[in-house]
Design a binder for this molecule. Structure first.
Ligand code: KIV
Length: 271
């Protein structure tokens, strides 16, 4: 089934209208021009240049090492590709926690130097001053609650969050604070579906879930995970919409054989 792709660029106000009209929002990550072009042509609403690029692109163990400069580099290519989707860049660990001034300065840099449409930050009440100042400065901000991977060392792993009442209550409170502070959207990662549905009803901005059930206003996945390129990772919430690792390996292996047995290039493939 093909999706009708609108010619106009996605905006934060259109996303809000989609929530009001009950139209689901589709978001995926991308980290480079070529794949982002395909993702955009296929009709995605939001492209996230996630700090998951730290794992996916750079091969790090977690999202902590990636820098503002590296995020800007990745985001530039994605912005050049996006004709329709709204491009959001993750603010990396350390770029917004130290002070409000630092956070706004880094967000402004990301917007100016990458050309993206907005930034995403992990956390609730603790980073509310930063979010408020960014919104006042005219920067579109997406929140991120639940399993916030930049806090993996504090959490001690990537397990389900907000199972207990105290954490669930804090998450609901945080979501309302982010909404009131002017976030244009909130990502909820790996929390119980019932809680995610409750948050989605309680806030006016669109809520995008990953491992948060189908009661959210939209869904996000990491592109390389849903394409089956990232073989080692299989959490319950991940649906693989393709299995591309094997075809890629088979093509490379065929190429290696063709080079080694001198069948590539053929007469037709040379000048
Ligand atoms: O970095 C990322 O890819 C993300 C998504 C999982 C939401 O934050």
């Amino acid at each position: 089934m093909s999706v009708h792709v609108q010619n106009t660029r996605m905006t934060t106000s259109r996303l809000r209208m989609m929530k009001q009209n009950g139209e689901k929002i589709a978001m995926l990550t991308s980290y480079d021009f070529t794949l982002a072009s395909l993702v955009d042509e296929a009709g995605i609403d939001i492209i996230l240049v996630g700090d998951s690029g730290s794992n996916i692109v750079c091969g790090n163990q977690n999202t902590l090492p990636i820098t503002v400069d590296e995020m800007i580099f990745l985001t530039r290519g994605v912005v050049r590709a996006a004709k329709h989707g709204l491009v959001v860049c993750d603010m990396p660990f350390g770029s917004y926690q130290v002070s409000t001034e630092d956070a706004v300065r880094n967000a402004v840099r990301i917007l100016k130097e990458s050309g993206c449409d907005g930034v995403k930050l992990e956390g609730g009440e603790e980073i509310l001053p930063q979010i408020k100042r960014m919104v006042q400065a005219g920067i579109p901000v997406m929140g991120h609650l639940g399993l916030t991977p930049q806090s993996v060392n504090q959490f001690g792993g990537y397990g389900l969050r907000a199972k207990e009442k105290a954490e669930a209550d804090k998450l609901l409170r945080d979501a309302k604070l982010l909404d009131e502070a002017g976030c244009f959207s909130i990502v909820l990662e790996k929390i119980p579906a019932a809680l995610a549905a409750q948050v989605t009803k309680a806030v006016s901005c669109p809520v995008i879930g990953i491992g948060a059930g189908n009661g959210c206003d939209g869904q996000v996945l990491v592109l390389h995970d849903m394409l089956g390129l990232n073989q080692g990772f299989q959490p319950k919430f991940l649906r693989r919409f393709a299995q591309l690792a094997e075809p890629v390996k088979a093509a490379v292996s065929e190429y290696v054989s063709a080079v080694k047995d001198c069948t590539f290039p053929s007469e037709d493939e040379q000048y």
